[in-house]
Design a protein around this ligand. Structure first.
Ligand code: SF4
Ligand code: SF4
Length: 295
């Protein structure tokens, strides 16, 4: 691709960032983070966080110790396992003790595994030091807007300083935290991928601007994902019949946002407990009862 050399060095064996690598290197997610600190209109809490994961069913939540045990078992079975991510089922950084306990143990026991995390960004600025300490090399921030008027249509509330804040004010705080977190990570040389959920009629015409801004601030990839609005996953909060984009609409926006920036076209929106090569999920081989039975 067109990635600068120092970034290419970091991502050549990362299945999520390299078209080639995803055939040879495996990734896994561990679901250690149940809580969330915001409400996205497209979220249905019965399912994994849509910031990184396709809604399906909610992943079984593990304790940090159980997650570490699982990672070690998977790494022993799947030698191509190079990347461990925490992506839910809620927001990893809204569960800092659980998330950082998992990262701390893994950076000691399995220093060769790359660690990554995804977040809505609300508490990101407070977590950047800790992320740097655990040698996290990729952070995914879901940024759906940079305009609080658009944000008010996506986020009904956030939980901030021990109270619930609604509407435009909530979106304003979330956007400011996301942008600040992005800048702080870029300053420290931690790779940042930005995910955006394309919501027709809400932020579809706004995402090209989001793409320009996050790129200017140092994000190395912008990944536009479709809103998945299937009947069984509930309606978009408060809006009956909100649809997801068509394949053509998604492709058009992805082309528009690409410019000279590297767009991610092969992200599979894996489950919060996915295991294996991209496109395969061997999670059922590593359920908790099976891992406990391995001793
Ligand atoms: Fe749901 Fe994720 Fe949004 Fe939280 S950040 S409300 S878990 S989609
Ligand atoms: Fe990679 Fe996307 Fe799957 Fe995360 S959800 S492991 S970034 S392909």
């Amino acid at each position: 691709g067109h990635l600068p050399e120092h970034i290419r060095q970091k991502v050549h064996n990362h299945p999520c960032y390299s078209e080639q690598a995803h055939h040879y290197f495996a990734r896994m997610h561990v679901a250690v983070a149940p809580a969330c600190n915001i409400q996205c209109n497209y979220c249905n809490r019965k399912y994994d966080c849509a910031n990184e994961s396709r809604p399906g069913v909610v992943s079984e939540v593990l304790s940090p110790d159980q997650a570490v045990k699982k990672v070690m078992a998977v790494a022993a079975t799947i030698p191509q396992m190079t990347v461990l991510g925490i992506a839910g089922p809620g927001d990893p950084l809204a569960n800092p003790e659980r998330t950082f306990d998992t990262f701390r143990q893994l950076s000691e026991k399995a220093p060769d595994i790359k660690l990554c995390v995804s977040t809505n960004g609300l508490t990101l600025p407070d977590c950047v030091e800790e992320l740097a300490k655990h040698n996290i090399d990729h952070v995914t921030i879901t940024i759906n807007c940079v305009d609080p008027d658009v944000g008010a249509k996506i986020y009904p509330w956030i939980f901030w300083n021990n109270r619930r804040i609604r509407g435009r004010e909530a979106a304003e705080i979330l956007i400011a935290q996301q942008q600040k977190g992005l800048e702080m990570l870029a300053e420290r040389g931690i790779l940042v991928k930005v995910n955006s959920v394309m919501i027709p009629g809400v932020n579809d015409e706004h995402l090209a601007e989001v793409s320009r801004i996050v790129k200017a601030k140092g994000a190395f990839l912008h990944n536009v994902m479709p809103l998945i609005a299937e009947a069984e996953h509930g309606t978009y909060y408060g809006v009956m019949g909100q649809r997801g984009p068509t394949h053509e609409e998604l492709q058009k926006l992805q082309d528009q946002c690409a410019g000279d920036m590297n767009m991610m076209r092969h992200c599979r929106q894996c489950r919060a407990d996915a295991v294996g090569l991209l496109g395969e999920d061997r999670g059922q081989e590593f359920t908790l009862d099976k891992i406990e039975a391995m001793d």
